[in-house]
Ligand binder design. Structure first.
Ligand code: HEM
Length: 392
């Protein structure tokens, strides 16, 4: 495969991601794609446990994945498939489908820095394992992981193919630990996108950081060059939580109760203190009865920047279903929450702590998995590879 060896000083890519009419999202750039990229329709999110023991084997894997990701995001197969005497390099199910705005985003979990690969001293302070939160019901088999691969695309087969073929390339060097598919984005990450709805029927992603909010991105999403580990400059941290919804219970709830849970109107998405979706929530507004229009335990009150020391996160989650729960025969479905931020210790953790203690939504949801990854900066050009500065 061309251009996968060692460090090559390629010029820095564009700082701001361009949109293309060919369905191709640029793979190279200052930041990895799949973060501020206008959220695609589908997700395949995989976490891997690294099984090889030598550092150079891991480096080789990351180089192979980088070269393959450059091809896949261009709509190309990972290798030739036409020689009848050899096993096809690419599994083939996306031939003819085009790039479908595929992005491949790679991150490193805290466990990768445990000393196996000589990386312990390079672990950023912000990559501290997430604390336990009240109500957590986490399945360890679906949590954690040494490396994550987030594949997002407008075509489910393209997203599936990306993680499938990257897992194939990894072979025995890294085994998939867990895999989550998602559909129906639950956020907007571009001002050009309309707000989608989550499986509870509410508009989700109204007050989110978007690709056009450069100041917010620099302040709340991208790691600065002067943060403790220089190799993370231009990177970010991803938190993933699989949150199961008790849909049967939710569906039996009155509309007024549902709206009080979020603090927003179901049809329009407007805050209960306003008339339009774009109206900023007025947390101080009270009704004729003297009670707050947005209840004290409403989700948007507890998650709002103003109740969290001004902190914001970039949400980029997806709805999911894993079919029927075999025990209860209820639909196992919910939100696969993904959020990007500059330092989870000051962003996701305090927000989730507040939500876990008091959110009215807790009656209807259960966090069943949890993972945290350091997402290094983007690749500068052909020959660059995921995490090169971490290993250099
Ligand atoms: C199943 C779980 C969840 C559901 C269904 C949900 C749904 C929603 C909805 C409908 C909104 C209002 C519209 C919007 O501004 O996007 C919202 C806002 C928000 N949510 Fe969630 N959410 C969930 C979990 C979480 C978690 C775990 C966090 C972070 C720890 C979080 C953080 C936020 C934030 C920061 C806002 C924006 C608040 C504001 O600025 O007004 N949410 N969520």
């Amino acid at each position: 495969m061309a251009g996968v060896s060692g460090a090559i000083a390629a010029p820095a890519g564009p700082k701001r991601e361009a949109r293309s009419s060919t369905g191709q999202v640029p793979f190279f750039g200052m930041h990895q794609a799949g973060i501020t990229t206008a959220a695609q329709d589908r997700l395949a999110f995989a976490a891997f446990d690294v099984r090889c023991t030598r550092r150079n084997e891991l480096v080789h894997l990351l180089q192979r994945w980088s070269a393959a990701a450059a091809l896949l995001t261009s709509g190309l197969p990972v290798g030739p498939s036409s020689d009848t005497d050899t096993v096809p390099a690419d599994t083939g199910e996306t031939l003819g489908l085009g790039p479908a705005r595929l992005t491949i985003t790679v991150g490193f979990g805290p466990s990768l820095f445990d000393g196996r690969f000589g990386l312990a001293a390079r672990r950023p302070a912000a990559l501290a394992p997430l604390p336990a939160f009240p109500g957590d019901d986490l399945d360890p088999q679906r949590s954690g992981g040494d490396i994550c691969v987030q594949a997002c695309a407008d075509d489910p087969q393209v997203a599936f193919h990306a993680v499938r073929d990257l897992a194939r390339i990894a072979g025995a060097r890294a085994r998939m630990r867990w895999l989550q598919f998602g559909f129906g984005r639950t956020s907007s990450t571009s001002d050009a996108q309309t707000t989608p709805r989550n499986l509870m029927g509410f508009k989700d992603g109204t007050d989110n950081i978007t690709a056009q909010q450069f100041e917010h991105l620099d302040r709340y999403v991208w790691v600065g060059e002067s943060d403790d580990q220089a190799w993370m400059g231009g990177g970010t941290y991803a938190v993933a939580r699989r949150i199961v919804m008790n849909l049967a219970k939710w569906d039996d709830d009155e509309l007024g109760d549902q709206q009080a849970v979020f603090g927003r109107t179901k049809a329009s998405g407007a805050p209960l203190s306003g008339a339009r979706e774009s109206d900023p929530p007025d947390l101080a507004a009270v009704g004729a009865d003297g009670k707050p229009l947005i209840p004290m335990d409403a989700h948007i009150r507890l998650a709002a920047p103003s109740t969290n020391g001004g902190q914001r996160i970039l949400r980029r989650g997806y709805s999911f279903t894993d079919g029927l729960d075999p025990a209860s025969r209820a639909i196992e479905a919910g939100l696969f929450f993904v959020a990007f931020q500059r330092d989870p210790r000051h962003q996701f953790v305090p927000i989730q702590r507040r939500l876990a203690h008091a959110d009215a939504l807790n009656e209807y949801i259960r966090h069943t998995s949890s993972a945290l990854f350091a997402v290094p900066p983007g690749l500068r050009g052909p020959g660059d590879w995921f995490g090169r500065d971490l290993f250099s």
